[in-house]
Design a protein around this ligand. Structure first.
Ligand SMILES: [Zn+2]
Ligand SMILES: [Zn+2]
Length: 820
């Protein structure tokens, strides 16, 4: 009687044993080459859902695979523990953010243990603990010393009724306060920034990295580098000394087609240029646009609207008067805050001109254009018209010629702009790393001395739903003395964006207990860069870009000696349920705990990898996970069922069967190894299932030698070990092998054995034997023409110049060409 496969029992048992034995503890003095597999650390939201497992189980499989391949593998785990949800929970449920967060960490730790991953828990990092955020503050000081942190005015959401700052999430759609419903305005506050723009060009390079084009494109678009020309339009207005409005364009060749100018509603010139009869309408519009977020303003769904302010500027190229408008799709913080309107050659400008009946003048002629009105904007290349001395040039030549002319006249200059802006890191919140700065009336801004770090979050802060940081009202926290002159001074009460905490956590894993520095430089040198970083594509821009900036900044301080933190980046897809994204409100959230209790963690791991290509993600399906669970049961019985070779077998038959067994086994090793390297887990599982089925068949016939059979079972278990670590450990032990399977080497395939059996194929032309060629036994008809071309030289000579009427193929035996 074979014992029953009981995953719940064996999983708990082995997890305990591995932990007691410190099987997965990692050291830097290990002679094996290092490998760093990193999964994005989870936010401490409370419960792990199946999406977390989808991020973590496959990456653990890969880490285990590298470990068996002979690497010293670091695959750590930690928690991204600061942030707004903890603070909201504090306000709503009266529970302190620290307690809420630590409770969540404990629950998530328990859930993460049930995955059976190789996390070395002695290296755990929790970003909200003082021993961690002390160093987040320290890095802030270093960035400040390097001139990369500065203070400037920036708009925040402001409720004039509640008199508080609102987070973006607290502004309801349409721009209303979540508490009182009043219209939210934008207000300028002094806030802290990191000068990420200094690294804009280097962030466009990805030196020695393997990243998908998709993610690189998203980052490039976010950085938005564009080469173009800044053009000055003349201004002659009694209300201001300003004599020009500057615009940036990538299409200076269309400057003769400008029929209006658009300023951002916040542009400082708006107030002085607006004519008295337009004032009321303009002020209304400005107030309305202040209520919209940037995302809403730039949304392609939103219809573009604007208001004429009753003033004009002059297009110097043709001395035309150009009416000035304001529109909310122009942002003051991008470029110059002004945009020239060329409706004939820009889709947005075309729609705007149609809406307000502004002239549309063609200056780049489409092919075969004969002066008729355009149905839509023409943005393709063409020949310049209506452009005086530039007429007849191609618009590509025109870009150069017009720019050169403007530069000669002093009316413009070629320049490069970026969409990327400096990183605003101030948050008016409690639950974040304090910004270690002090304001003194005499000395100005004074950094907290390093030896005074960490600036601790006071434990007795009061959480009120004001939207402002409780630190602001905590007198003991706010009031301090100036480290420079000793007079009373005030602390900064803003805390740092949590993306600052996640910009360096992967360095901390190298030496999590280091208390003299954020990390031990030698250990970071040993582990970094991360060899494979995996996580959701939603982090393509912010986290991945910020942490790349951070590494470049501290490299320039001499703290690290590499340029990029992550060598290879891979983004997994998402799991949906009932054809929809999982969400609490839809009630379709899949929680792993119940499945672990029912079919075991190994089945959940294997199923997640089997259900779809990892980068795509797919639909969770209960009946498919049962199928995977049955497969694991089959493996259990296959391995424990025993094997005895049939006594009386024809030696030829036996030899053939043994050759086939070793060929299929070695082919599977190759397939699984290649799939593991490429993170193609779904096809990897398929080949393991095929191998299982094949072995079940072999076992029934019992024609191969017991030793060959044993070798195949041994291989199957090792190939399965990363995917189903508990099941394979148990089977390894039950079949009398030495603990632990996870310390075994990864199986190697033999090229000779992988090669298919070969057969001789007869080649006939009109029924006469003309050639014999050797081909793999597995040849398919589709592969035939190529092999014939390469190998049937003699037959090909007979075919030359003849018309082939028909090709008859008898699999494994012959091919006959009927020719004329
Ligand atoms: Zn309000
Ligand atoms: Zn002072």
């Amino acid at each position: 009687m074979i014992a029953k496969y009981n995953p719940q029992e064996i999983e708990k048992k082995w997890q305990k044993r591995w932990e007691e034995d410190r099987l997965y503890e990692v050291r830097e003095d290990d002679p094996r080459p290092k490998w760093y597999d990193l999964t994005m650390f989870p936010y401490t939201s409370g419960d792990l859902h199946i999406g977390h497992w989808y991020a973590m189980a496959p990456s653990d499989v890969h880490a285990r695979f590298k470990r068996m391949q002979g690497y010293n593998v670091l695959h750590p785990m930690g928690f991204d523990a600061f942030g707004l949800p903890a603070e909201n929970a504090a306000i709503q449920r009266g529970i302190h953010p620290f307690i809420w967060t630590i409770q969540n960490v404990e629950n998530m730790r328990r859930q993460l243990r049930s995955i059976g991953a190789i996390y070395d828990w002695s290296r755990e990092v929790v970003s909200c603990l003082p021993e961690y955020y002390k160093w987040t503050e320290w890095f802030f000081l270093k960035l400040y010393e390097a001139g990369l942190a500065y203070r400037a005015k920036a708009p925040v959401n402001w409720c004039p009724h509640c008199q508080v700052v609102l987070a973006n999430e607290q502004v309801l759609s349409g721009g209303f306060c979540w508490r009182c419903g009043a219209a939210v305005t934008r207000r300028d506050l002094e806030q802290w920034f990191f000068r990420i723009t200094k690294y804009a060009d280097e962030l466009l390079e990805y030196k020695d990295t393997v990243w998908s084009e998709r993610i690189k494109t998203m980052q490039r678009n976010w950085i938005g580098k564009s080469q173009g020309t800044e053009i000055s339009f003349a201004l002659d207005h009694s209300g201001t000394k300003e004599k020009e409005i500057r615009v940036f364009t990538t299409r200076p060749d269309t400057t003769f087609g400008v029929t209006f100018m658009v300023l951002a509603p916040e542009h400082p010139l708006v107030a002085v240029l607006t004519s008295p009869d337009r004032r009321a309408e303009v002020e209304d519009y400005v107030a309305k646009s202040r209520r919209l977020s940037e995302i809403e303003r730039l949304s392609s769904e939103k219809e573009k609207d604007g208001v004429f302010i009753g003033a004009y500027c002059i297009n110097r190229l043709n001395e035309e008067k150009v009416p000035i408008w304001i529109a909310d799709y122009v942002l003051l913080s991008y470029g110059t805050g002004a945009v020239m309107g060329v409706p004939a050659h820009d889709e947005r400008d075309f729609a705007f001109a149609k809406k307000y009946n502004l002239p549309i003048r063609v200056v780049i002629a489409p092919a075969e254009w004969s002066g008729e009105e355009l149905e839509e904007a023409y943005i393709e290349p063409g020949i310049m018209v209506n452009s005086t001395q530039f007429n007849g040039l191609s618009n590509q030549q025109g870009i150069e010629a017009v720019s050169e002319f403007l530069e000669e006249k002093g009316w413009g200059k070629r320049t490069v702009t970026y969409r990327l802006r400096d990183w605003l890191i101030s948050r008016q919140r409690y639950w974040g790393a304090p910004i270690p700065m002090i304001y003194c009336d005499k000395c100005g801004i004074v950094p907290v001395p390093e030896e005074d770090l960490p600036v601790l979050l006071p434990e007795d802060a009061e959480f009120r739903p004001t939207g402002e940081s409780p630190l602001k009202y905590h007198e003991q926290f706010v009031n301090t003395t100036c480290p420079r002159c000793g007079t009373p001074a005030k602390r900064e009460t803003d805390t740092m964006d949590t993306f600052m905490c996640s910009s360096w956590y992967f360095l901390r894993y190298a030496s999590p207990n280091c208390d003299t520095a954020p990390f031990d430089a030698d250990k970071v040198k040993y582990w970094m860069p991360v060899d494979l970083y995996t996580g959701g594509a939603e982090h393509a821009v912010m986290h991945l870009l910020y942490s790349r900036f951070f590494i470049k900044a501290i490299r320039d301080m001499g703290l690290v000696d590499f340029d990029e933190p992550y060598h290879r980046m891979f983004n997994q897809g998402i799991i949906i349920a009932e054809k929809q994204k999982m969400s609490k409100s839809r009630g379709n959230v899949i929680t792993p705990d119940e499945y672990v209790a029912e079919v075991g963690a190994d089945a959940v791991r294997a199923y997640l990898m089997f259900l779809a290509p990892w980068e795509q993600g797919g639909e969770w399906n209960d009946s498919s996970i049962s199928g995977v669970s049955r497969w694991l049961n089959r493996v259990w019985h296959l391995v424990l069922g025993g094997y005895s070779q049939k006594e009386k077998t024809n030696p030829d038959v036996r030899q053939k069967a043994e050759r086939e067994l070793s060929r299929i086994t070695h082919q599977t090793i190759r397939k699984v190894t290649v799939d593991m390297e490429k993170l193609r887990f779904n096809t990897m599982i398929s080949s393991l299932m095929e191998l299982t089925n094949y072995l079940v068949k072999v076992k029934k016939t019992q024609v191969v030698a017991s030793s060959d059979w044993e070798e195949s079972i041994n291989t199957l278990l090792r190939l399965l070990a990363p995917t189903t670590p508990h099941l394979t450990e148990e089977l390894w032990k039950r079949t009398g092998r030495d603990y632990s399977i996870h310390n075994q080497g990864w199986p190697q395939w033999d090229e000779e054995l992988v090669r298919d059996e070969e057969i001789t194929l007869v080649v006939q032309v009109n029924g006469k034997l003309r050639d014999r060629i050797t081909v793999p036994a597995s040849i398919t008809e589709a592969e035939l023409p190529q092999l014939l071309l390469e190998r049937a030289k003699r037959a090909n000579a007979y075919l030359e110049g003849k018309k082939v009427l028909k090709r008859i193929y008898v699999p494994g035996r012959l091919v006959n060409f009927v020719v004329q």
